[in-house]
Design a binder for this molecule. Structure first.
Ligand SMILES: *Cc1c(COP(=O)(O)O)cnc(C)c1O
Length: 434
C-alpha cells in the first residue's frame, strides 16, 4: 500500500478550490450530514479505504452498481481484456449485441433496447421517445422519484392538479416543465383525478417502482396496477425507471416482482442503469418493438452518443450480468441484506430508538420512524439531527452508509455475515447513544 500522504481534509480543501463544492455530484459533499467526505483511494470486495487508509464496509456500492462488490476477478479480467482491444471505436461491436440480447432475456417486457452512458441520458430519452411515439406532450412523475437531471424532470408539484409543475433547479425555464405533472407517490386518488383531467393528453407515466431516491419506498401493488390500467385505457405509456432497481432487487428487476401479483404485468418502456454497467458508465432504455422503432435511424425520435455502447463498459456489464445470473445468487444476496435490516431493527429496538426498515434483493432502506413511509412527505418526517448522529456514529466505526436520509443502501455479494455482524454491533453502540 502506498503511504498516506494527504488527509481527507486537505484533499477536500484542494477540491473546493477547483471543483464546485469539491465534488462532481452534490450528495458526495456530505452537506446533508456535515463533516468532511472520505476521499476513496481503493476498494476490494465489500470494503473501501480512504486516503488516510481507514477501512469502511461499503453500503453504497457506487450508489448501486457494485452488486458483486469491488474488484470481482471475473469482471476485472473482462475489463482488462476489453481495454487491451481498444477503448472506443464509434462503430458497432459484438459485445453491444450480446449485452442487448442479455438484457432482453432478463427483462422480457423489452423487445428492443438502446445503450447509452448514464441513467440521466436514458430517462431523458425515454421521455422523448414516449412523447414522440404518442404524439403527446404531457407526462406524470411522482414526488420523491428521481429520474436523472434532464430539465423536464426537475419538477415539484404545482399548487393543484390543474397547474403543472414548478422547476426544482435554477436554470430550468418554467415553460420547459409546463407539461410535467408531479403527483404524490402511492396516491390513487390524485392519479385518478390527473387521468380524468389530462388522460387524453398524457404521453406517459414515469415511476420508480421501488423509489430508492426517497430511501426505500415501494409503490403498492394496487397503485402499479392502476397506473397500468389508466395508461392502457388512455393510450399513455407506462415507463418503469429501473436504473436503481434493475437487476438489483431481483434478476428480472422490480417489474418481475409486480408481475407475481398482477398477472401479465409489463411496463411499455424500461430504463436501466447502475448494475447493468457494473460500475462503468452504461445505461439503457428499451421497450416494445413498435415504440423502439420510433428511434433514429428507423424513426423520427432523435438520440445519439459518442460513447454509447462503449466496448470497455459493455465488457464490464456483460461480466457482471453473467455473475449475477448464476443460480442462487439472488437468494443469497437477499438473505444477507435481510440479515442486515433485521440486525439493525433488533439493535434499534433494544435501545428504544424508533426504526423500521425494508429490503428487496440487494437493496435496502431504513427510517428513524415507527412505520414505513408511503410517500416523500412521510419520508421527510425523519428527524435529520438523529439521522446525522447515526450516520457519523457508523462512519466512525467503519460502516459507510449513504450520507443523506433520502438515499437507499446496497449490499453486495461480497458482504459476508461477519461484515453484517460488525455493522450491527456498531449500530447497537450508536443507537444506545441516541
Ligand atoms: C441513478 C438514477 C438515475 C440517474 O442515473 P445517472 O447514471 O446518475 O445519470 C435515474 N433514475 C434512477 C431511478 C436512479 O436511481
Amino acid at each position: 500500500m502506498t503511504p498516506n500522504t494527504e488527509s481527507n481534509e486537505s484533499l477536500f480543501a484542494r477540491a473546493q478550490r477547483v471543483i464546485p463544492g469539491g465534488v462532481n455530484s452534490p450528495v458526495r459533499a456530505f452537506r446533508a450530514v456535515g463533516g468532511t467526505p472520505c476521499f476513496v483511494k481503493r476498494a476490494q470486495g465489500a470494503c473501501f479505504w480512504d486516503e488516510e487508509d481507514k477501512r469502511y464496509i461499503d453500503y453504497i456500492g457506487s450508489w448501486g452498481p457494485m452488486i458483486l462488490g469491488h474488484g470481482h476477478p471475473a469482471v476485472v479480467d473482462a475489463v482488462r481484456a476489453a481495454a487491451l482491444e481498444g477503448f472506443s471505436f464509434g462503430a458497432p461491436t459484438r459485445r453491444e449485441v450480446e449485452l442487448a440480447e442479455t438484457l432482453l432475456a432478463l427483462v422480457p417486457s423489452m423487445d428492443m433496447v438502446r445503450l447509452v452512458s448514464s441513467g440521466t441520458e436514458a430517462a431523458m430519452t425515454a421521455i422523448r421517445l414516449a412523447r414522440g411515439a404518442t404524439g403527446r406532450s404531457k407526462f406524470i412523475k411522482f414526488e420523491g422519484c428521481y429520474h436523472g437531471h434532464a430539465d423536464a424532470l426537475l419538477v415539484k408539484a404545482g399548487s393543484g392538479l390543474a397547474t403543472f409543475g414548478n422547476p426544482t433547479s435554477a436554470g430550468v425555464p418554467p415553460e420547459v416543465v409546463r407539461h410535467t405533472l408531479a403527483l404524490e407517490y402511492n396516491n390513487l386518488e390524485q392519479l385518478e383525478q390527473a387521468f380524468a383531467m389530462h388522460g387524453a393528453a398524457l404521453a406517459c407515466v414515469v415511476i420508480e417502482p421501488i423509489a430508492g431516491n426517497m430511501n426505500f419506498v415501494r409503490a403498492s401493488v394496487p397503485f402499479i396496477r392502476r397506473c397500468r390500467e389508466l395508461c392502457s385505457a388512455s393510450g399513455a405509456l407506462l415507463v418503469f425507471d429501473e436504473v436503481m432497481t434493475g437487476c438489483r432487487v431481483a434478476l428480472g428487476s422490480a417489474q418481475s416482482l409486480y408481475a407475481r401479483d398482477i398477472p401479465g404485468f409489463e411496463p411499455d418502456i424500461t430504463i436501466l442503469g447502475k448494475v447493468i454497467g457494473g460500475g462503468m458508465p452504461l445505461a439503457a432504455f428499451g421497450g416494445k418493438r413498435a415504440i423502439m422503432e420510433q428511434l433514429a435511424p428507423l424513426g423520427p425520435v432523435y438520440q445519439a452518443g459518442t460513447l454509447s455502447g462503449n466496448p470497455v463498459a459493455t465488457a464490464c456489464g456483460l461480466a457482471t450480468l453473467r455473475e449475477i445470473s448464476r443460480p442462487g445468487f439472488f437468494e443469497e444476496l437477499s438473505a444477507t441484506t435481510r440479515a442486515l435490516v433485521d440486525g439493525l431493527q433488533g439493535a434499534a429496538d433494544a435501545a428504544g430508538v424508533p426504526f423500521c426498515g425494508d429490503c428487496e434483493g440487494g437493496m435496502f432502506g431504513f427510517f428513524l420512524l415507527d412505520a414505513l413511509p408511503q410517500n416523500y412527505g412521510q419520508v421527510m418526517r425523519t428527524d435529520n439531527t438523529r439521522f446525522n448522529r447515526l450516520f457519523h456514529g457508523m462512519l466512525e466505526r467503519g460502516s459507510y452508509f449513504a450520507p443523506a436520509l433520502y438515499e437507499a443502501g446496497f449490499v453486495s455479494a461480497a458482504h459476508t455475515r461477519a461484515d453484517i455482524a460488525n455493522t450491527v454491533n456498531a449500530a447497537a453502540e450508536v443507537f444506545r447513544t441516541m
